[in-house]
Design a protein around this ligand. Structure first.
Ligand SMILES: *[C@@H]1O[C@H](CO)[C@@H](O)[C@H](O)[C@H]1NC(C)=O
Ligand SMILES: *[C@@H]1O[C@H](CO)[C@@H](O)[C@H](O)[C@H]1NC(C)=O
Length: 340
């Protein structure tokens, strides 16, 4: 990085967390393509579900496939003043449902990690939506397409077992969302759902927060944005190598989603899509290509750019932009819900 290159401004708490996570993930990713789970899990503090509302949100875990350890954490908002007798559920107006896929390079974290438990609690409370946070198998122990299959399994499970959701959850207003690698999952699961169809759930929107796209080419941002949090070419190359089927390169359709192996979206009823990008995210060029590609395919898409933000910024409430992003997600959900 040249001396003159602008650097992102990070509050000290954010800087400390990023440094810790970087040291931890670097130390956990071994050169031989395995992950030191014992080391990572020691620092990856988890929280249990809590049926008693905390700050207006109650949670519970639901098993989908015990063999593959596929489950989700359900976040339900309790609306003040309208609490009924049955354990804090509300009879307020119907709530949208957001199926959320966490980031972590397909390699790390889960819905019970404190980091993502907090992210989903905030989304649930601020948006006033039911959040389904998906636990999927991790790589390198489980390569592509395990994660995508698990995501689809959760969608099918909900489609067939709608009663696991609170009575005021409105399945005709369902959104898929994800950050970083979770964005890739949300995209892929939507494509799968478009192809095979659903009975009860209607997916009307897709929200990708800084998805983890890439390809063989090195883009300008990848070359110029060196030393940024969470994403470096060395780290993303390592992940793609342990995630993709043996013998694939980074132009595989799971990485370079709109490259040479792109899906044909033309016949699909692809939902309205909102893409968030950050100016200090080395993946920004790939994310913008994705947005351009959706437009070119005739799909409804919006792009919101945060010029001063790094990869993963939204998980840090210390950034005012993180709150702004949640409000934009809320506006998008309301707008799309009202237009259907
Ligand atoms: C990778 O390295 C770790 C630590 O040195 C070792 O325990 C593990 O068996 C190795 N795995 C493979 C597949 O080589
Ligand atoms: C719906 O739930 C039942 C009971 O838990 C389960 O056996 C079934 O497989 C679920 N459906 C899907 C599609 O996962």
């Amino acid at each position: 990085m040249s001396k003159n290159q602008p650097k992102p401004l990070l509050p000290w708490k954010v800087r400390a967390t990023i440094s810790l996570l970087t040291v931890l993930t670097d130390a956990s990713c071994r050169a031989n393509g395995t992950v030191n789970r014992r080391l990572f899990n020691f620092f990856d503090l988890k929280s249990s579900p809590n049926a008693t509302p905390v700050n207006g949100v109650s949670t519970k875990d639901v098993t989908v496939n015990a063999e593959n350890n596929v489950w989700f954490r359900l976040f339900t908002p309790t609306v003040a003043g309208e609490v009924t007798g049955d354990g804090g559920a509300t009879k307020a107006t119907s709530l949208p449902v957001v199926i959320f896929f966490h980031g972590g390079g397909y390699t790390f974290l889960s819905p019970s990690s404190n980091l993502y438990d907090a992210v989903c609690r905030r989304l649930c409370r601020e948006i006033s939506a039911v959040i389904v946070s998906v636990n999927y198998r991790l790589t390198p122990e489980h390569r592509y397409p395990s994660q995508y299959e698990d995501g689809e399994a959760v969608l099918r499970f909900l489609d067939e077992n709608v009663t696991v959701l609170p009575a005021n959850a409105d399945l005709s207003k369902c959104f898929l969302a994800g950050d970083s690698a979770g964005g890739n999952l949300a995209h892929d699961v939507v494509v799968r759902a478009c192809k095979t169809g659903l009975q009860n759930i209607r997916v009307i929107g897709l929200i990708l927060i800084q998805p983890f796209f890439g390809g063989e080419e090195r883009t300008e941002a990848e070359i110029n944005l060196v030393g940024m949090p969470f994403v470096s070419v060395a780290k993303t190359d390592w992940i793609w190598k342990v995630f993709l089927p043996e013998g694939s390169d980074r132009d595989h359709g799971a990485v370079n989603v709109c490259g040479p192996n792109a899906e044909d979206l033309s016949g699909l009823d692809y939902p309205d899509t909102l893409v968030f990008v950050g100016g200090f995210d080395p993946l920004i060029d790939w994310q913008k290509r994705y947005y351009d590609w959706l437009k070119k395919c005739g799909k409804k898409a919006e792009l919101i750019e945060y010029p001063n933000m790094v990869h993963g910024f939204h998980v840090f409430p210390d950034f005012p932009e993180s709150t702004q992003l949640i409000m934009q997600v809320k506006d998008f959900i309301n707008k799309v819900s009202n237009s259907k």
